[in-house]
Write a protein that binds this ligand. Structure first.
Ligand code: MSP
Length: 512
């Protein structure tokens, strides 16, 4: 049986869910739904990253104990994702006991194999990133992410012999060119690996930071938050049992944003090598979202909240927009005007009108009862069927390439075609001639088949819409088996429901 293991990054619990985190969730949820529907055994993981300086500071600011603080925020993340309808199979917290145990096991294993050593180290440390920087990595002496001057810190710590695995990783990437994709990000990692990567400081003295997983072989230290968090991808599977791990780990598809490429593209694979675990299959990297051309930030008040979007336009329309408007792997800009334009054109007009006009005619002309198809299909009927078949083939190809915008485009070509078919065959005119009424019944039957296909094709992207389409067609979920030929979805005498407005138009102020 085909399998897939899909992961998201673990979200820091010091910020609310926003478009950046929601985007990874939408992409991964779409894929999980797609692969499940296509018969893959699927395991889809998300969760929260709860240790380290950042979280300790956020808890202190809130005047709370870190554990109580993280319990609260992790729960609110989970509630938000649930309200968005994301279908992850497991939600991991890095404070979960099984994760803590496994991280300590992992550390012990690598320590005993000689790949962790103790050393004195001085360096430039960015508290925001929770890591040491080399001079070369700074821009004008500042952390490129936080625009702050790193502090010079000198202390004794544990180090992971990352450099030992540098060449092996480089070879692996050369032998597996799609290990990191799209290619631009692979090239970035290759460039990192062409310079000395050094070793990784993986402990923090408790005198400075208590909130972390204790180093199992030295109680004076806690584990560096990234070393702890990355291991979640394995600990979550191990928690379900060794067999589960063996089954899913080779099928790992990690999804991350481009800012965390180095930990996932360099730290993580070398950690896996040191622990003698196989490497993940693919690291899939997406770009960054800006909002109206600017970096999203609380202070600018321009962060896009998935929950507000759900309230405003519905979760499906939000999913449609972010998947249709962006190219996976590239940066994208969230603009209200683009959102309204796409919503009105693609959803309200194109898809919404198709469904409502077909169901309205079916109700008016045949009291909702689906009419039989004849044996000989005119060319235009065959073309309509072929257009949907074509959309499905293209969809498959684009999904494998993570080209979600293309996949949706392919579906909308079929929607466009169906709308043109309505205009060309003109059932509303034909119905006026009694001799043509059988033909009208056939035309509408084909269109209802088209809508049924849409419910299937759209399900991974717009699950609520797909459900509503099935309800309108009077079909229960799973009632019609996949692969049922066009023309056989509706039993003789089947009755569909009357029309409804799927996507009410958003009226612009100027139009109102
Ligand atoms: N906790 C780490 C990940 C550990 S994984 C073992 C982390 N968390 S985060 O909450 O800061 O970021 C989570 C994800 O959101 C990352 O993939 C990040 O790239 C993504 N995004 C944050 N802001 C974003 C945008 N503005 N646009 C797109 N994605 C963005 O990093």
């Amino acid at each position: 049986m085909d399998r897939i293991y899909i992961t998201t990054p673990l979200y820091y619990v010091n910020a609310e869910p926003h478009l950046g985190s929601a985007y990874t969730m939408i992409v991964t949820d779409t894929l999980a739904r797609y692969y499940r529907a296509n018969g893959h055994e699927t395991f889809y993981l998300t969760g929260t990253d709860e240790h380290g300086d950042k979280i300790a500071q956020a808890a202190a600011q809130a005047g709370m104990e870190p554990k109580i603080f993280t319990d609260q925020i992790s729960a609110s993340f989970r509630a938000a994702w649930e309200s968005c309808g994301f279908t992850y199979d497991h939600f991991i917290r890095t404070t979960d006991a099984y994760h803590v145990r496994y991280v300590q096991e992992f550390l012990t294993r690598v320590y005993e194999s000689g790949d962790i050593y103790f050393d004195r180290y001085g360096g430039l440390y960015c508290f925001g990133c929770e890591r040491f920087y080399t001079e070369k990595e700074l821009t004008d002496g500042k952390c490129p992410d936080h625009q702050t001057v790193p502090e010079i810190i000198e202390e004794e710590n544990y180090f992971f012999r990352m450099s030992k695995y540098q060449d092996r990783l480089l070879r692996h990437i050369e032998e597996h060119p799609d290990f990191i994709r799209p290619a631009g990000f692979k090239n970035e990692v290759v460039a990192m690996l062409r310079e000395p990567i050094g070793d990784l400081c993986i402990s923090r003295p408790k005198s400075r930071l208590k909130w972390g997983i204790e180093i199992p072989f030295d109680q004076r230290y806690v584990t560096y938050v990234w070393f702890d968090a990355l291991i979640n991808y394995v600990s979550a599977l191990k928690h379900k049992g060794e067999e589960f791990f063996e089954k899913f780990w080779p099928e790992t598809e990690h999804f991350i944003g481009k800012d965390i490429l180095k930990p996932h593209g360099v730290f993580w694979p070398t950690m896996l090598m040191a622990a003698e675990l196989p490497l993940y299959k693919h690291l899939n990297v997406h770009g960054f979202w800006t909002s109206e051309g600017q970096k999203m930030s609380k202070s600018l008040g321009n962060t896009v909240s998935p929950l507000e979007m759900k309230e405003k336009i519905g979760m499906d329309a939000f999913r449609y927009f972010v998947l249709r408007e962006s190219v996976f792997g590239q940066d994208a800009d969230f603009r209200e005007d683009a959102l309204t334009a796409r919503y009105n054109a693609d959803l309200a007009n194109n898809l919404g009108n198709l469904v409502s006009r077909v169901l309205a005619m079916q109700e008016k002309y045949f009291a909702g009862v689906v009419q039989p198809l004849g044996a000989d299909w005119p060319k235009e009927d065959q073309e309509l069927r072929d257009k949907f078949a074509q959309a499905e083939i293209e969809l498959k190809h684009h999904m494998a390439e993570l080209q979600f915008h293309r996949a949706l485009e392919a579906i909308w070509l079929a929607v466009d075609h169906a709308n043109r078919y309505v205009v060309q065959t003109a059932p509303f005119t034909l119905f006026k001639e009694p001799a043509q009424r059988t033909r009208v019944g056939v035309i509408l039957h084909h269109l209802l088949e088209g809508i049924h296909q849409l419910a299937r094709l759209l399900a991974p992207f717009m699950p609520n819409t797909a459900k509503e389409l099935r309800r309108l067609l009077g079909l229960r979920e799973g009632e019609v088996a996949d692969g049922t030929p066009w023309g056989e979805s509706f039993a003789p005498g089947h009755k569909v429901n009357g029309p409804t407005v799927l996507f009410p138009r958003i009226e612009l102020p100027a139009e109102a």
